[in-house]
Design a protein around this ligand. Sequence first.
Ligand code: FAD
Length: 385
Amino acid sequence: HPDFYGVDDLLTEEHKLIRSSIRDFVKREISPYIEDWAQRAHFPYEIVRKFGEIGAFGPTIPHEYGGGGLDYISYGIIMQEIERGDSGMRSTASVQGSLVMYPIYKFGSEAQRKKYLPKLASGEWLGCFGLTEPDHGSNPSGMVTNFKDMGDHYLLNGAKMWISNSPRADVAVVWAKNEEGRIHGLVVERGMEGFTTPETHGKWSLRASATGELVFDNVKVPKENLLPGKNGLGAPMMCLDSARYGIAWGAIGAAMDCYESARRYAAERIQFGKPIASFQLVQKKLAEMLTEITKTQLLNWRLGVLMNEGKATTPQISMAKRNSVHTALEIAREARQIHGGMGITGEYPMMRHMMNLESVVTYEGTHDIHLLILGNQITGIPAFY
Ligand code: FAD
């Protein structure tokens, strides 16, 4: 909630049940502690097992591999409710589900699926996804991380940067070029010689999520760790589509949290002898927040239906991701203003959401890159290069 247009009527009883159970979980396990974790830049590793228990990892992955066997609307709802708590917590779940389990499920062999998916679903293992490099962010096709065929194994060299979950990850799905320059996915496991995951410190955003590098110094990767099902840049892009869809739902969860806080605060805060909610300018802010949240809810729901039907396109997903994150960031800022000075403290969630959302604007395709994807769709002219 809020639910101004009765979007609930478009949901099944199962969807609503999932929402209330995830919401209860977030209220119990995340909200009371998140401010402290974020202030201390502490990644609460124990949340990984708990996410596994509630089915937050790989909700759309079939039961036989430990997933939830749910539809995409359920996945969206789970991301929305977790991000109502915190975008960093949602990032942990997005990466594990859409960027680690999804490629292993879609492009992995049966042996790889059986080896990795149940442990990732339960939270026994934490995973990360290595695409971005220090010199190649928006243009991942320029990556230099590479592997050579050494006969009985591959030799992996290179480095990835800005990798969510990396400092604590047990497994990494890593995208690297073979000797012909073709991009492939490899599953790299902690403990392989030459593989390290230094943490990135000093972030002002997603402070409760651990971010780091992946460094490969002549890492011997067994041949059976190559994902055989798909290669080329399209493979990681399929993973990103799935994650971006979840982010579209997630970011609006953060917006809802800010809106609810502003609505409550405006009713209670007295200035000039009246609740500030009685002033037109405050009402304008609240009315516009609700309008944008409502539009986004409908866009996300419709995109969820298209995802379920296997019809959603990359530009549609770009529109939803870009719209949600932008909307959420604007709402966080307006909600912060409604709280006046109190809005800058950790007693209220807006500053944390606002700072988190700055990362969400940039990762999984920046705000401007998604605009260019839409521009290309509209005009048929790619303006990226
Ligand atoms: P750049 O690509 O250098 O972009 C800088 C600016 O230039 C941006 O505003 C961009 O829009 C603009 N720009 C670039 N090219 C164009 C163009 N053609 N036209 C117009 N404008 C352009 N990556 C992973 O692989 N795995 C992860 O788990 C992961 N987690 C992350 C977590 C955090 C907290 C952050 C901040 C990032 C994470 N990333 C991850 C990386 C993220 O996806 C990249 O930061 C993002 O793709 C942008 O790359 P960049 O930072 O190198 O910026």
